[in-house]
Design a protein around this ligand. Structure first.
Ligand code: NDP
Length: 257
């Protein structure tokens, strides 16, 4: 009996999540874990093929929409279409993000704007589009995929760190503004997670990899599903009194750098 009760607290039981950038990497595993926890998902991305392939693996409780989060004027319409087709969105996961490693003096204004536009400005617009509907229903969970780069001075990611720090600040304000209307807002701050993004960032350089592992007490990269299960937790009833938090999922990076 106790086990059944625990399962129901962590279960997503038909709840619908919108996950941006869900066709690959961390976003795909967030979708996979949410489906495994009983939820339904709509994943987005700019390219149709990876989304179709993801859906084929995730099964009938998963759907996709091709969408570029940087087209901010289209995000209200995206939310409206999803809710018309699949019902109210219970959870928004702002996962889509880009990175670029360059020394700060080589970062152009265009580079900087592109990263901040994708990782921060679009996150605000999509969050606003979902939050107004969630607040009217008096329920919802919004999860931002942030980064430990928001907290530590990691070389060559000035724009990325600025965007993720912005997300972390926004989480606290939105949590405060939305909590009276039943909407929780939290972040997950991943450490080194094995995906295409982190492989590009390491550039196949064994020294860089060794340095990253020296900073990671658990001595290994995390897997995308480690972020997926954290997202399931924050979306579930088990986290019903948690808002405005940033949860590190980083093999211990945050113990000290
Ligand atoms: P990947 O590059 O592996 O995946 C990113 C996903 O986002 C892709 O599916 C991509 O699909 C999608 N995407 C990118 N730009 C857009 C856009 N404009 N509109 C819609 N979708 C987009 O990255 P990760 O899985 O590693 O990263 C996911 C999140 O986790 C990011 O926010 C990242 O900053 C964060 N993170 C990752 C860490 C890591 O070590 N991997 C560490 C800390 C944070 P498509 O190209 O088809 O659009």
């Amino acid at each position: 009996m106790e086990q059944l009760q625990n399962q129901s607290v962590f279960s997503l039981d038909g709840k619908l999540a919108l996950i941006t950038g869900g066709g690959s990497g961390i976003g795909f595993d967030i979708a996979r874990c949410m489906v495994q926890a009983g939820g339904r998902v709509v994943i987005t991305g700019r390219r149709e093929l990876p989304l179709q392939e993801a859906i084929a693996q995730l099964g009938e409780r998963a759907h996709y929409m091709v969408n570029d989060v940087t087209e901010r004027a289209l995000l209200d319409d995206l939310v409206e279409r999803i809710e018309t087709m699949y019902g109210p969105i219970d959870t928004l996961v702002n996962n889509a993000g880009i990175n670029m490693k360059k020394p700060a003096l080589e970062v152009t204004d265009e580079d900087f704007d592109r990263i901040v536009h994708t990782n921060l400005n679009s996150v605000f617009s999509l969050t606003r589009a979902c939050a107004k509907r969630m607040m009217a229903r008096q329920r919802g969970s919004i999860i931002m995929i942030s980064s430990m780069a928001a907290y530590y001075g990691i070389d060559r990611v000035a724009a990325y760190a600025a965007s993720k720090s912005g997300v972390e600040g926004m989480v606290k304000v939105l949590a405060s503004e939305f909590s009276g209307n039943g909407v929780r807002v939290n972040a997950i701050a991943p450490g080194f997670i094995e995906t295409a993004m982190s492989k590009t960032a390491m550039g196949g350089d064994p020294d860089r990899f060794a340095r990253a592992m020296r900073r990671t007490p658990m001595g290994k990269f995390g897997q995308p599903e480690d972020i997926g299960w954290a997202a399931v937790f924050l979306a579930s009833e088990a986290a019903k009194y948690i808002t405005g938090a940033s949860l590190p999922v980083d093999g211990g990076n945050s113990i000290g750098f």
